[in-house]
Design a protein around this ligand. Structure first.
Ligand code: FAD
Ligand code: FES
Ligand code: FES
Length: 1290
């Protein structure tokens, strides 16, 4: 309290309400706006580092000079609360609600089916809301660009864009389909009078307030915010070590994630002198200007100046349009320059463009060139400790001068560049002889790098191929990277320096040949199959009913686990994880942690009263490490404190002493060599493989590596455990797909009966298989903390911890041998799969089984052998992930058979009723219909010719097209996991409460179950409510996984409803004109209106000894055609078009099902082409957030994305003839991979490389570019044999 009194008062508004606060900076120096919004559930915490956009809010400020109110979007997770003085913050709650009036931005995303789990939805809403406040009728491009900083892991983005396209001034023809479907008149209009007005008091404050320095103090930090340049310089001279904070996007990350402590921080954001922009003989921009301001200043200059003077400005503009997302672009120019980040996009262009910076201290000003001498090392410049950057000067370009900027990043938008470049050349007047040149690169050293010696090769010489060839050779020698260079990708980065120079060369020559642009976005609005004629209007089954919680998502009212209000005495738990991959724990020193403020408890495995491990698939996994650690990230002990910052600080203070053990194993090759497996290994065979190989015309052998995949659910692992009552009952609120598993795990850990533990799940912010086993272990640890302290305990993992601890999809090495005939028939195949399971078994054996069951995919290979093994390594344990092994099955590209891939695939498809290799009979008629319809709808034959023509005409861009079929088995091979129960209550007012075992994680199970209950009880949907999933309502549930959620739970609900409906029959007969309410009232007073329903499930099994079984209830089929365009110089690609035909039987809800198909496809696209988990040579996961790990963003959606539901398909094995839909189409992302492979093959052919080649998955730009074998990749010499920066997995 004493600290608070010494702080100044901060005044700002949140959603029209004034906040006057003495800001108290907490123990962890966490001072972000987010911490002020804890009582509002709308701003979500997805990553904490500005990378996901879930926390987006709008900030508005009044500028007394221009009398303008400026609105901009910011990430609440990085916005320092101390910078809010005078600002109005608008969160999603402030723009509309279900209780008062919805805002059109909220309504349209909901009606367009643009929210699934809903965790990203408020951020999406606020990004578009801010755009509309600035421009009520934006262009399509502006909408797309605005969403560039917002990630969604569920939807595939198409429906979000669909919903928001309706705001555009010009709406393309297809959108009228959306308006038609929804009903134009039913959409709320954008009404400016609905918006919150900017608080007049803030205008008065800005106009009149005596501006004074503000100071805020906290446990470990003082924040000083001066108002004039003089004061700022004075403070800087008094505290030279104190950083000047502006946007806080660089400094804030260091404080948050690297534990950097600055006792004093000086904020420059109120200093107006830092924001002055002047245009004389160039542009002088104040260092405090935001990147968005810089952009608009430059845009104005480019329009007003003669073109020859705007080269540098245009190059900067080009680069600015790619920097981060919209929210981050509100950071400052000075911050970007002074951070001296090696990958800064601006610094290479500023340096190449002869720019300078004005530096100032109390001693005076100096202007220094922003060139190679300005950057002196990683994060270091020539600034003296007491100096600040006052402004940046960008000169106009001169006659004969050409400036360009290039960048390559792992994702087209919202990703730091892998390599970028600023290049400038100045020719002697009237000639092509080079007078001056600058070449600067980012991403190839500790800071921005100048290629001076290379430039010397060019100066004084004509701009032609011979000159540039010498320059390339010089560049190879000059810009080098050691084999262990941080960031890895050494060969690729080096080759990019060459190809970007080559691009510049072509640009200057003005005959950049690859001018063909992919078509612009023409996303399709799906049409749904009609419901049968005669179906009652009220019956919702088969209709595109909106997700039941869509409006709650869009308004921020939806409550997730961490949104439950803090309770009195609540504690926070943080886990301490192992820093070693394989070591003996010699001592755990908790003494310092225990003495830290707020710390209540620290416990280890020795303190667990019940079972110290979880048993899964018959093998034990320790809850907390005992004696030995077997991977980095293994949980060792837990710290419990009064607040999250205190718990985090204390867990960092726990000292674990280790003695390293030998024989660390990371890769599957090492595991195979050391026979390190989780047993059993599996094998399956049909036909005579050996003989078939002898008789084959050709044999091809190869291998493919399929990388793992992080779940990246937007809501991280979260749980809250509340001990209740005198019998020590435990109420567990968890974000889990398997409440029963959590309940059992907690009971076993505490050594109490399951009846004392209840697990409750309201909704989950995405799961994808990642919230099963690890969640139960985390819940056990949290429950133990609650048990010991007798207080509620919350545990919410940060994104980095979550990625480190919880494992991912199994990376797999597939070694294959294929025998085939000259006509393309595959007569024999032998594939060995090695999955990297990590350090515990989890469900790895089940995964390798599923790999073998799906290795035939849709192909009838009569002689087929598969073997699979789960390799035990010293990496975090891999686990279930959507598709559960099926996406890891592709093993061979038919292209290696030197025939048209489509014809070979077609030739080998199952054609008639057949037995699979595990002797399950099925009829492939629907598969063949999917294939034919996809061929037709995608216009495959015509487009194959177009692709060939394109490839002939273009040297550096190539296209590829691939059509992939899929046969996918639905169900758990263990029969008991397919069972379900449901409980239905009917209350006297006629309202219905349905409880079932499925958890709502975005897949829309609650909506579909409501549709089932509505049909069976013949009542409107609005009468049916689902409150939560709880083990105390429905016990012993199966996990929501394997695409069977609706199949099994829907059946159980149907059963219960039918029984209830039947019991009403006498009363309906008695009063045929009555209503539902009247029947219920008549009947309900003396009868139990609760009914159990159950679904026994199918009798599924797989006998691995006999190698036969019926592991699936049924198959679902699909086919997908994707076309890509690849830039061979950088490996960047774009999916030009995807057509996907899916058989999902008779869909219960086509909008939800198409959402699942699109979302799964995009996740597959990420898996096969983008997402890379990187580990250090000692087993430390590098990729621990959206900054390093790229999931698909809105820029990655195919330019044309058509999804069709196959008509006339039925399924006697699931409810209402529907089929499971959640997982299958992840696999179809491989259509993009194989299309890329075809494009690479075309590039190789131009480079004179023929024959089969290997392309591993993910086919990242790095892999695709190197595989193209261009002259630039071939110029890079092999690096020395030093240890690479990252492990080569699996
Ligand atoms: C999610 C994310 C994505 C990003 N993507 C990109 C990208 O694509 N391309 C790119 O180039 N960058 C990118 N960045 C980096 C971003 O541009 C920088 O973090 C930002 O420009 C820094 O500006 P700031 O105002 O936030 O600086 P701050 O974090 O406030 O300060 C950064 C450093 O600069 C110093 N400093 C700031 N202003 C001054 C001044 N006037 N005088 C002296 N020292 C000063 C501070 O003391 C501090 O050391 C990204 C960052 C994030 C978080
Ligand atoms: S939580 Fe703020 S950007 Fe991810
Ligand atoms: S709906 Fe976007 S992350 Fe789930």
């Amino acid at each position: 309290m004493a600290e608070q009194q010494r702080s100044d008062v901060l005044a700002f508004y949140v959603n029209g309400k004034k906040v006057r606060s003495c800001v108290y900076i907490n123990a962890f120096n966490e001072l972000q706006l987010m911490s002020c919004l804890v009582r509002l559930t709308g701003s979500k915490y997805g990553c904490g580092g500005g990378g996901c956009g879930a926390c987006t809010v709008m900030l508005s400020r009044y500028d007394p000079q221009t009398k303008h109110i400026h609105h901009f979007s910011v990430n609440a997770c990085l916005m320092p609360v101390c910078q809010l003085h005078g600002a109005a913050v608008t969160t999603v709650e402030g723009i509309g609600s279900t209780k008062t009036r919805l805002h059109p931005v909220q309504e349209r995303i909901a009606k367009a089916h643009g929210s699934q789990c809903g965790f990203c939805t408020p951020g999406m809403v606020m990004s578009i809301y801010t755009l509309l406040r600035n421009k009520p009728q934006p262009t399509m491009e502006e909408i797309r660009e605005t969403l560039g900083g917002n990630l969604c892991r569920c939807t595939g983005y198409r429906p979000i864009i669909d919903g928001y396209r309706t705001f555009c001034e010009v709406i393309s023809s297809f959108i009228s389909g959306f308006l038609h479907a929804v009903g134009e008149k039913k959409l709320l209009p954008l009404d400016p009078t609905q918006e919150l007005i900017f608080p007049p008091e803030l205008i008065r404050m800005a106009e009149l307030e005596e501006r004074a320095t503000q100071t805020f103090r906290g446990e470990r930090m003082t924040w000083i915010s001066p108002i004039s340049l003089d004061e700022l310089l004075q403070l800087k001279s008094q505290h030279p070590q104190a950083p000047v904070v502006m946007g806080n996007t660089n400094l804030g990350l260091d404080i948050k994630f690297k534990g950097v402590v600055h006792p004093i921080i000086i904020s420059g954001f109120r200093v107006r002198e830092l924001c002055v922009c002047v245009c004389v003989a160039g542009v002088c921009i104040g260092a405090g200007s935001s990147l968005s301001t810089v952009r608009s200043v430059l845009e104005k200059c480019v329009c007003s100046l003669p073109a020859e003077h705007t080269q540098t400005l245009a190059a900067l503009l080009e680069q600015l349009s790619h920097v981060a997302g919209e929210q981050i672009r509100n950071v400052t120019l000075g911050g970007n320059v002074a951070s001296a980040y090696p990958n800064s996009d601006l610094n290479p262009v500023l340096a190449a463009g002869r720019c300078s910076v004005v530096l100032q201290s109390r001693e005076g000003k100096r202007e220094v060139p922003l060139d190679k001498d300005f950057f002196v090392g990683f994060g270091k410049t020539v600034l003296k400790p007491d100096e600040i950057v006052l402004s940046v000067f960008i000169p106009v370009s001169r006659k004969g001068e050409v400036v360009r900027a290039f960048r390559h990043a792992p994702r087209k938008e919202n990703a730091l560049a892998t390599v970028n470049a600023g290049l400038r050349v100045w020719f002697e007047e009237g000639s092509n002889v080079v007078k001056e040149m600058s070449v600067y690169y980012g991403g190839v050293g500790p800071c921005t790098v100048s290629a001076e010696r290379t430039v010397q090769q060019v100066i004084g010489r004509p701009w032609n191929e011979a000159t540039l060839s010498d320059a390339y050779r010089a560049l190879v020698d000059e810009v080098t990277l050691g084999a262990s260079a941080p960031g890895g990708k050494v060969m690729f980065r080096r080759s990019l320096t060459l190809s970007l120079l080559f691009r510049f060369y072509l640009h200057v020559l003005q005959h950049l040949k690859d001018t063909v642009r992919p078509p612009s976005v023409t996303w399709f609005y799906p049409t749904y199959l009609d419901v049968p004629s005669g179906q009652s209007e009220q019956d919702p089954v088969g209709r595109a009913v909106q997700h039941q919680a869509a409006l709650s998502h869009a308004t921020g009212e939806a409550v997730y686990c961490d949104d439950f209000p803090r309770t009195q005495g609540e504690l926070f738990l943080s886990v301490v994880t192992s820093a070693r991959a394989h070591a003996r724990i010699t001592h755990i020193d908790v003494s310092r942690a225990l003495s830290m403020p707020g710390v209540v408890d620290v416990f280890t495995a020795d303190d667990i009263p019940g079972k110290k491990f979880r048993s899964f698939t018959g093998i034990d996994e320790e809850i907390l490490a005992q004696g030995e650690v077997t991977c980095v990230g293994q949980m060792v002990c837990a710290v419990v404190a009064d607040t999250k910052p205190h718990a985090k600080l204390a867990s960092a203070a726990v000292k674990v002493h280790y003695e390293d053990l030998p024989d660390r194993i990371f890769t599957v090759e090492e595991a195979v060599e050391k026979r390190s497996f989780f047993l059993p290994q599996r094998e399956i065979q049909r036909g005579d493989v050996t003989k078939a190989f002898q008789e084959a015309d050709h044999i091809y052998e190869g291998e493919i590596r399929l990388g793992g995949q992080e779940h990246f659910y937007m809501e991280t692992q979260s749980m809250l455990v509340i001990p209740l009552g005198e019998e020590k009952e435990m109420k567990v609120y968890a974000s889990t797909q398997h409440p029963t598993m959590v309940q059992e795990a907690v009971a076993e850990t505490l050594g109490i009966p399951s009846s004392r533990v209840s697990c409750h799940v309201k909704r989950i912010g995405g799961a994808f298989g990642g919230k099963l086993s690890k969640t139960s272990i985390l819940a056990s640890i949290t429950a133990l903390a609650a048990w010991r302290s007798e207080r509620p305990v919350r545990c919410v993992l940060d994104r980095g911890e979550d990625m480190l601890i919880t494992g991912a999809r199994h990376p797999v090495l597939g070694k294959y041998k294929v025998g085939f005939m000259s006509d393309g028939r595959i007569t024999a195949a032998d594939v060995r799969y090695y999955a990297n399971a990590g350090h515990t078994p989890d469900d790895s054996v089940l995964v390798i089984e599923k790999i073998l069951l799906h290795m035939d995919n849709a192909y009838n290979i009569l002689n087929l052998r598969g073997q699979s093994a789960a390799c035990k390594t010293n990496l975090p344990s891999n686990t279930a992930f959507r598709g559960f092994g099926v996406p890891q099955t592709p093993w061979c590209s038919a292209g290696q058979l030197k025939r048209s891939e489509v014809s070979i695939r077609e030739k080998n498809l199952y054609k008639e009723t057949s037995l699979t290799h595990y002797k399950m009979e099925f009829d492939p008629e629907v598969l063949l219909r999917c294939w034919e319809e996809c061929k037709e709808r995608s216009e495959l034959d015509r487009r194959r010719l177009d692709v060939a023509r394109f490839n002939q005409q273009n040297r550096w861009k190539k296209r590829g097209i691939a059509l992939i079929p899929l046969k996918y088995g639905v169900g758990f091979a263990e029969g008991f996991l397919n069972q379900a129960a449901a409980l239905v209550h009917i209350y006297k007012d006629g309202s219905v409460l349905v409880s079932h075992g499925g958890t709502e994680m975005g897949q829309g199970i609650h909506t579909k179950v409501q549709q089932v209950a509505s049909r069976e009880l013949d009542v409107p949907l609005s009468m049916i409510h689902i409150s939560e999933t709880s083990t105390s309502s429905v016990p012993n549930t199966c996990p929501s996984a394997a695409s069977i959620g609706t199949d099994v739970n829907g059946m159980a609900v149907k059963d219960a409803c039918q029984t209830l409906y039947k019991s009403l029959e006498p009363i309906r007969k008695q009063d045929p004109n009555g209503t539902w309410q009247s029947w219920v009232q008549l009947f309900g007073s003396n009868t139990s209106f609760i009914k159990w329903g159950k679904n026994k499930g199918h009798d599924l099994y797989m006998d691995w000894v006999k190698q036969e079984g019926r592991p699936y209830a049924y198959f679902t089929y699909s086919a997908c055609c994707s076309e890509v365009e690849l830039d061979c110089l950088t490996g960047e690609y774009r999916t030009v078009r995807t057509d996907l035909v899916a058989d999902i039987g008779r869909s219960i809800n086509p909008a939800i099902d198409i959402g699942q198909i699109e979302g799964a496809f995009m996740q597959g696209l990420g898996l096969y082409t983008m997402e890379e988990l990187k580990f250090s040579p000692s087993g430390v996961l590098y990729t621990r957030g959206p900054g390093q790990y790229k999931i698909p963003a809105v820029c990655d959606v195919p330019l044309q994305f058509n999804v069709y539901l196959l008509s006339g398909s039925h399924n006697p094995h699931a409810i209402y003839s529907s089929k499971g839909v959640g997982e299958p189409t992840v696999f179809l992302g491989c259509s993009v991979f194989f299309a890329l492979k075809e494009a690479v093959a075309a590039a190789r052919s131009d480079a004179g490389l023929s024959g089969p080649f290997t392309l591993h998955s993910p086919a990242t730009p790095e892999r695709a570019c190197i595989a193209c074998g261009t002259r630039f990749t071939q110029m890079i010499p092999e690096t020395e044999t030093a240890q690479p920066w990252a492990l080569e997995l699996p």
